[in-house]
Design a protein around this ligand. Structure first.
Ligand SMILES: Cc1ncc(COP(=O)(O)O)c(C=O)c1O
Length: 405
C-alpha cells in the first residue's frame, strides 16, 4: 500500500462489484462454461451481442469533425440541453436551468454537490442502484431509504414522510433521488396514486425546509407501455410548475441512445430559471470535468431536427421494448412454473426477486453458472441480457439455490 494514498481512501474494493461479477462470468464463459450472465445494465440481443441502436450509429457516422473535436461550452451546448429536455417534456420551450454532465452519473454527483452540504444525507427509494451509495459518498453525502412499493401494494407514504421529516429535522434541507418510472432494480413504476401520495408528502415536507426531487430518468425508453411514462413525466411537470418543491432531472443518453461510452447526459431543472443555480452548476462542471463530450451533444441536436430519424429511433425502441417484455413474461412464467413468485415488469432493464439470504443464494446460483447482482433483500436480474429461451434454466437454478439455502 502506497503511503502516499491517504488513509481514508484505502478501504475500497479493487473492482466495482457489478463489473467484477460480470468479469468473472465472462472469464468462465471464455474457459468454455455455459454461463448465464444477468449482471450488467446493458441491452444484449439473444446471441449476447451488445445492442446498438442503428439510427443513432448512422447519425454518429454523419457527424462532421467540427461537431466532434472542439470543446463544448462548459455548461453544455444550450441547443443540446433544450433538445434533451424537450425529448422528455416536449411542451417546454427551453431547458430552464441546467448543465451537460457525463451521463446520469455526472448529474447525480453534481446534484449532491450543489444541493447538500458535506456530511448530509439524501433520500431515495429502496432497493436502489448500488452506485448511488458511491456517488453520494464520493460527494460527501450518505443515502437513506424509504420503500419502493411491493407489487400490488400502495406506496407507504407514512414511511416516506417519517424518513423525509427526520432528515429535514437534522439538516434543514432534503434531496430525493427517484429513479422512476422504470425503476432499477425492480423493473416497476409507481402507480398514479402512489406518485400523488409521494407528491403530497414532498409538498408537506417543503413547509419545513427546501426540498428537491431529482428524477433519475435512465430507462424510460424501454417499457411495455410508453403511455405510462408520458403520464408520469406530465404528472411530475405539474409538481415542477407549482414551484413548492424544486423538481429536477438527471437525463442520460447511455441507455436511451445506447451511447453508454459517449458519456453524455444533463442535470436540469426545467421549471426554474435561476442565475445563481446556473452559475453554481457551471462552476461544478469547470471544477470536475471541465466540459462534456461534444459528439453526443451534437448528435442529440441533429436528432431533434430529423423527423425521419426520430421515427426510426422510436421503432427501434418499440422493438427492443417488445424483446424485454417477452423476456420478462417468459421469466415470470418460468418462475411460477417452479412454484416461485413471479416477476411483474413494467419497464427498464431489470427485475428484482426476493431472497432471505441474498449472498448465499447468489453464490449458489454462481456455482451453477448463473450470475445476478445481490441486493439487500434479494437479487437483481438483468433481463436486458437474459434471452427468453434461458429463463427456464434461470428459474430451475434459482429454485435449487433457494431449496438448498
Ligand atoms: C438507475 C440508474 N441511474 C443512473 C445511471 C447512470 O448511467 P450513466 O451515467 O451511464 O448515464 C444508471 C446506469 O446504470 C442507472 O441504472
Amino acid at each position: 500500500m502506497l503511503e502516499q494514498l491517504i488513509p481514508a481512501r484505502r478501504q475500497f474494493p479493487v473492482d466495482d462489484p457489478i463489473f467484477a461479477l460480470n468479469a468473472e462470468a465472462q472469464k468462465r464463459r471464455a474457459a468454455g462454461e455455459d454461463t448465464l450472465n444477468a449482471t450488467l445494465g446493458a441491452l444484449a440481443d439473444d446471441a449476447g451481442k451488445l445492442v446498438l441502436l442503428e439510427t443513432v450509429m448512422e447519425l454518429y457516422r454523419e457527424l462532421t469533425p467540427m461537431e466532434v473535436a472542439p470543446y463544448a461550452p462548459i455548461a453544455g451546448d444550450p441547443a443540446f440541453l433544450r433538445a434533451l429536455v424537450r425529448r422528455h417534456w416536449p411542451k417546454l420551450e427551453g431547458f430552464g436551468t441546467g448543465c451537460a454532465t457525463p451521463g446520469g452519473s455526472g448529474a447525480l454527483a453534481l446534484s449532491v454537490r450543489n444541493l447538500l452540504e458535506p456530511g448530509m444525507t439524501l433520500l431515495t427509494a429502496g432497493p436502489y442502484w448500488g452506485p448511488y451509495a458511491t456517488l453520494a459518498g464520493e460527494n460527501g453525502a450518505s443515502v437513506a431509504t424509504a420503500p419502493f412499493p411491493e407489487p400490488g401494494q400502495p406506496l407507504d407514504a407514512e414511511a416516506w414522510l417519517r424518513a423525509g421529516a427526520a432528515i429535514l429535522e437534522r439538516q434543514k434541507r432534503l434531496l430525493v433521488w427517484l429513479n422512476e418510472p422504470c425503476h432499477n432494480p425492480t423493473g416497476r413504476s409507481l402507480a398514479r396514486a402512489d406518485r400523488e401520495a409521494l407528491m403530497t408528502v414532498l409538498r408537506q415536507l417543503s413547509d419545513r425546509g427546501p426540498v428537491t426531487l431529482l428524477l433519475d430518468c435512465a430507462y424510460l425508453d424501454y417499457t411495455a407501455d410508453p403511455g405510462h411514462v408520458r403520464a408520469a413525466l406530465d404528472h411530475y411537470a405539474e409538481l415542477g410548475e407549482e414551484g413548492r418543491v424544486l423538481v429536477g432531472a438527471s437525463l442520460s443518453l447511455s441507455k436511451a441512445l445506447t451511447l453508454y461510452g459517449g458519456r453524455c447526459g444533463a442535470l436540469v431543472f426545467p421549471w426554474v430559471r435561476d442565475e445563481a443555480l446556473q452559475a453554481a452548476l457551471a462552476t461544478s462542471c469547470r471544477g470536475t470535468f471541465s466540459n462534456c463530450p461534444r459528439a453526443a451533444q451534437s448528435l442529440m441536436v441533429r436528432l431533434e431536427k430529423d423527423g425521419k430519424r426520430l421515427e426510426s429511433l422510436h421503432a427501434e425502441h418499440r422493438h427492443w421494448s417488445g424483446v424485454l417484455e417477452a423476456r420478462a413474461q417468459a421469466l415470470d412464467a418460468a418462475l411460477k412454473g417452479q412454484g416461485l413468485p413471479g416477476a411483474p415488469w413494467v419497464g427498464g432493464f431489470f427485475i428484482s426477486l426476493k431472497a432471505a439470504d441474498p449472498n448465499a443464494v447468489c453464490a449458489r446460483l454462481k456455482a451453477q453458472g448463473v450470475f445476478v447482482v445481490p441486493l439487500p433483500d434479494g437479487m437483481r436480474v438483468g433481463i436486458c441480457a437474459l434471452p427468453a429461451a434461458q429463463t427456464s434454466r434461470f428459474a430451475k437454478a434459482l429454485a435449487s439455490a433457494l431449496k438448498n439455502a
